[in-house]
Write a new protein. Structure first.
Length: 306
């Protein structure tokens, strides 16, 4: 891409619409956690008090030649792992992580996926399976390989699905926050999104190449084949899940919005260990609009699985 002196922020937002359903607008600012890096797994306490006192620490963890930033606040199990939506990093949970630490006493882990925040960029198309591998590497290094409650917003639902499919015994439960789910990506819907992506990606030609722009382009690249494959996998029946749907979906058109809602309700009805609720008054940005709903759902899941 050719350089340009004007900021790409306005054009970046174009991609963060219905065309890239799982990429949402937001500041790509790394979480302002402590910069202390450690190779060993963090100590876990037996109660809430230690979690409330200790601050989060930064662990830079390598996987397949790149480094990822994991932010860890000590606590007991189950560990709560918060995975942000597309284009967002650990800072998306700034209203939620402290409340969960205080109310549950659990170990709280947030992280920046590749290309976001403090984590290294990776050349090529974004791939949910690769992102799940990054999460696996981070949790393995941190010693968190059981009693995990996944909390996944939007695009992170894809990461969670691949992760839980591979490691169902690691995950004791999940809270899927207006998440991108497999049954949404029918052949027709995926083709429509790909077509819309092409037009919107073209609008970025000539803009300044920045980390946010490159991440959006990486998400658009290979979008069709990746989501055709994603449509064919399923959430493991053994892993309980709470689905939190938004009042207003990431789509502006009625058909797309209804398909998104249907995907949420169909997923929730597919097993008896799944729960469905709506975050009233929220946009797709539930962690920002209704953090109280997320905290309550995660607290309930952690209590049930702890």
């Amino acid at each position: 891409m050719s350089a340009r002196t004007t900021t790409p922020r306005r054009r970046t937002a174009v991609l963060a619409t219905a065309a890239l359903a799982t990429v949402v607008t937001g500041a790509l600012v790394a979480c302002g956690n402590s910069a202390a890096s450690a190779a060993a797994a963090p100590a876990r306490s037996s109660g809430p008090s230690a979690s409330a006192v200790a601050g989060p620490s930064l662990h830079m963890i390598s996987n397949n030649g790149h480094r990822l930033a994991f932010h860890v606040k000590p606590g007991h199990l189950p560990a709560i792992v918060l995975d942000a939506g597309g284009g967002e990093g650990a800072s998306q949970w700034q209203k939620i992580a402290p409340a969960l630490a205080e109310q549950t006493g659990s170990e709280i882990i947030t992280y920046d996926r590749a290309g976001i925040g403090k984590s290294d960029e990776v050349v090529g198309a974004w791939n949910a399976e690769n992102a799940a591998s990054d999460l696996e590497a981070g949790l393995t290094k941190l010693g968190v390989t059981h009693d995990v409650v996944l909390v996944s917003h939007s695009q992170a639902g894809e990461v969670a699905t691949y992760f839980a499919k591979k490691h169902p015994k690691w995950v004791s439960g999940a809270v899927l926050v207006d998440a991108s789910l497999p049954n949404f990506y029918t052949d027709t819907e995926t083709a429509r999104i790909v077509a819309a992506n092409q037009a919107q990606v073209a609008q970025l030609d000539g803009t300044l190449s920045t980390k946010p722009v490159r991440q959006l382009l990486a998400t658009a690249d290979n979008y069709g084949p990746m989501h055709h494959a994603y449509h064919r996998i399923s959430w493991p029946q053994s892993v309980p899940a709470t689905v939190i749907a938004s009042s207003k979906t990431p789509f502006g058109t009625p058909d797309d919005a209804q398909l998104w809602r249907d995907a949420q309700t169909q997923f929730a009805k597919a097993a008896t260990n799944r729960t469905y609720l709506v975050a009233k008054g929220s946009s797709h940005e539930i962690p920002t609009d209704r953090p109280d709903v997320v905290v309550k759902a995660v607290e309930a899941m952690a209590k049930a699985r702890g």
